[in-house]
Design a protein around this ligand. Structure first.
Ligand SMILES: [Zn+2]
Length: 57
């Protein structure tokens, strides 16, 4: 899925110890999951499903 800030970078899942964010590879903008929830594609959802204890802050 594409970054909604720069519209070029690919968002990747960035996990820290207690939370999961989406981070753009190009502009390094971080998004909370709920901010991009409507844009989540199947591939990203599959990655997120691997995290069993996601804290949606
Ligand atoms: Zn970006």
């Amino acid at each position: 899925m594409k970054c909604r800030k720069c519209n070029e970078g690919e968002l990747e899942v960035a996990r820290s110890c207690r939370r999961v964010r989406m981070k753009c590879r190009k502009c390094h903008q971080e998004f909370q999951i709920h901010e991009v929830a409507s844009d989540l594609d199947d591939k990203t959802c599959a990655i997120l499903e691997r995290y069993t204890a996601i804290i949606y802050d």
